[in-house]
Design a protein around this ligand. Structure first.
Ligand code: FES
Length: 615
């Protein structure tokens, strides 16, 4: 017996997505598809509804003929064009994005729900971002996908949207693009993979890739065993099942109120994931009728909830960048300092890799995200509205916890003060972040000599031979938004071979990069301004003393100001290496990490209105 059987399944055995039996009955009676197969396009129907899709499908002229006629080549009956809400299902399915490769089936279940509630579902593709294959980094394309999403929604006869999201960047990209249109929208995450199993042990996506590869380099694991572990790690459909970026962002969808209760943790292959998709489809039709736009959900309270939940789950540092960018789209005031101010006292309640032991499947069986949110009590804004029409408090008030090893009680947390810490100092005047729950406590206050790598290529070329010891501070430059370009996940640099062979597993590492949410270590990230933008990071030389003091929130390069001025005068900005195309546009317009790394001209929203006809 697990939580979702109780909260999300009515006594009659029906999952209602938290809508409740009254809402179910209402939508059954009011929203049932018309009995007549062929419903004429009556003017009174169109007059009653003020849906934007009627601007396309509700016309009796040449344009209306064109809009409907070509759609009918898909076998769509005439009555679907009678003025019912058109729900666009924004799909990031791709065989090149294995985490989202099951999304056609999820879309089918969303469609069932939309039809059942009297809507007209239309699925459309957008560029997909597969974390494991794309070069130089998916983050380069997050903003491009957000443009694809925004323009696809606005340009088409869509009244409400269901976003299908899974692999890391697909979630922020779709939320950002949809937010700039601001239609009624529901997020549906694809769900995590089942737990990895290797020789009787649970293994986690990403987290064990890092640990196994270090074991191979340290001579503790054979290459044959390493290769065998590949198939054992990824054994079902779904995204990474650690509390990496995908699980973090699926949790943010739920914590922001943009997803149905239970969205974050139901495994991709569990039948209840498909029931959730079905109920999201039903609800999408209702929120069009209620005009429940994204901007009504994504308030300051919603973001504050997300920040606190991210701390309690030991979520990825990537959530910082994505939430800042999303807030910028809806016009909600949010800044880097909010993550520390609101999150730093929040205890770690979820015992998942990379900060802990368990995996997302275990979190689902333990009660899922509602159990975590309930533990946070009034630290979460109870009155924040969510897409199922209820408040966060109503959705989580009775959420039980079935396993205190996985979801700890607030009074007996896994770790005190687990929120992301925001550092300042001459190395990061606009900020940098560190995830204390994934760091080594003894290294949280540390002074050491810099071991500098000018680029990722420099790092790869020297890491197995470089003279180093564990007291040093590893420094990587050129991995920020402009510098790479694209802000890759390379901040969790593997340790020098000479250090690993001593049995050392962590060193202080600092960079302008991000790191995978599945990674761990005492890793300072998102240094702003980045090296390529002329930040102090660009001036660090091997041997310079660096002081990290997480308690004091400081990161300091202990080099005299006059010497830094001299180095800055001699510094030349790196050549971008791209003179055309999207990468050039990105380099010219990307904002720094502390601003969410959106493109400057994408900040804000334009709504969904389109003034002109196409023909
Ligand atoms: Fe897709 Fe981790 S690689 S979620």
């Amino acid at each position: 017996m697990i939580w979702n059987d109780r909260l999300c399944t009515l006594p009659s055995g029906r999952y209602d997505g938290g809508i409740g039996s009254e809402g179910w009955a209402r939508s059954q009676s009011e929203d049932a598809p018309p009995k007549n197969e062929e419903t004429p396009l009556a003017d009174d129907v169109r007059a009653r509804t003020k849906l934007r899709s009627t601007e396309w499908f509700g016309k009796s002229d040449r344009d209306g003929f064109g809009h409907r006629s070509w759609m009918k080549n898909q076998g769509l009956p005439h009555h679907l064009f009678d003025g019912r809400p058109v729900i666009g299902i924004c799909n990031t399915w791709s065989e090149l994005t294995p985490c989202n490769a099951h999304f056609r089936r999820i879309a089918d279940h969303v469609k069932r729900g939309v039809y059942e509630a009297g809507g007209f579902p239309l699925e459309f593709p957008v560029m997909s971002l597969g974390e494991t294959l794309m070069r130089p980094t998916t983050m380069l394309f997050r903003n491009l996908v957000s443009m694809d999403v925004e323009e696809s929604i606005r340009a088409n006869p869509i009244d409400g949207v269901v976003l299908l999201m899974g692999c890391d960047k697909t979630t922020p990209a779709l939320l950002m693009g949809a937010a700039s249109c601001d239609l009624p929208t529901i997020g549906v995450s694809g769900g995590p993979m089942l737990n990895g199993k290797f020789r009787g042990q649970d293994i986690g996506s990403g987290t064990n890739v890092w640990s196994f590869s270090e074991d191979v380099r340290a001579g503790k694991m054979s290459l044959a065993d390493f290769m065998e572990a590949e198939a054992c790690m990824s054994r079902s459909a779904g995204h990474c099942m650690t509390m990496g970026t995908a699980s973090t962002m699926a949790s943010m969808v739920e914590a922001l109120g943009m997803g149905m209760p239970g969205n974050a943790a139901i495994p991709a292959v569990d039948s209840r994931r498909y029931v959730l998709a079905h109920m999201a489809g039903r609800r999408a039709v209702e929120i069009v009728r209620e005009d429940l736009r994204m901007s009504k959900i994504l308030t300051r309270k919603a973001f504050e909830n997300a920040i606190r939940v991210n701390a309690a789950i030991g979520g990825s540092t990537n959530a910082v960048v994505h939430l800042l960018a999303l807030a910028g789209r809806v016009g909600t005031k949010l800044e880097l300092a909010d993550f520390d101010r609101l999150g730093h006292d929040i205890p770690l309640l979820v015992n998942l890799m990379p900060s802990g032991r368990f995996l997302m499947e275990d979190l689902y069986y333990a009660g899922g995200l509602p159990a975590v949110i309930r533990e946070l009590g009034t630290l979460v804004h109870q009155d924040a509205l969510t897409v199922n029409g209820k408040t966060m408090g109503e959705n989580t008030a009775d959420a039980p916890c079935y396993d205190r090893e996985v979801v700890a009680a607030f009074k007996q947390p896994i770790q005190e003060k687990a929120g992301i810490a925001v550092l300042r100092g001459n190395l990061c005047p606009d900020g940098a972040v560190i995830k204390p729950s994934a760091a080594t406590p003894a290294l949280m206050k540390h002074r050491g000599k810099a071991l500098v790598f000018e680029s990722i290529e420099d790092f790869h070329g020297r890491i197995d031979t470089v003279e180093a010891d564990e007291t040093m501070v590893m420094v990587m430059k050129g991995a920020g938004p402009k510098g790479y370009p694209g802000f890759p996940e390379v901040g969790n640099m593997p340790l020098p071979a000479k250090v690993l062979k001593k049995g050392i597993t962590d060193m202080v590492r600092i960079s302008d990069a991000r790191m995978s949410g599945t990674a761990y270590g005492t890793v300072v990230l998102h240094i702003s301004p980045e090296a390529a933008a002329g930040g102090t990071l660009a001036l660090v030389q091997s041997g310079d003393p660096i002081e990290l003091d997480v308690e004091k929130r400081s990161l300091h390069l202990d080099v005299p100001e006059a010497e830094l001025k001299r180095r800055h005068a001699a510094w030349k900005p790196p050549q971008p290496g791209y003179d055309r195309g999207y990468a050039r546009l990105y380099i010219d317009h990307v904002l720094q990490a502390h601003e969410g790394a959106d493109l400057d001209f994408l900040v804000g929203k334009s709504g969904a209105a389109v003034a002109r006809e196409s023909h």
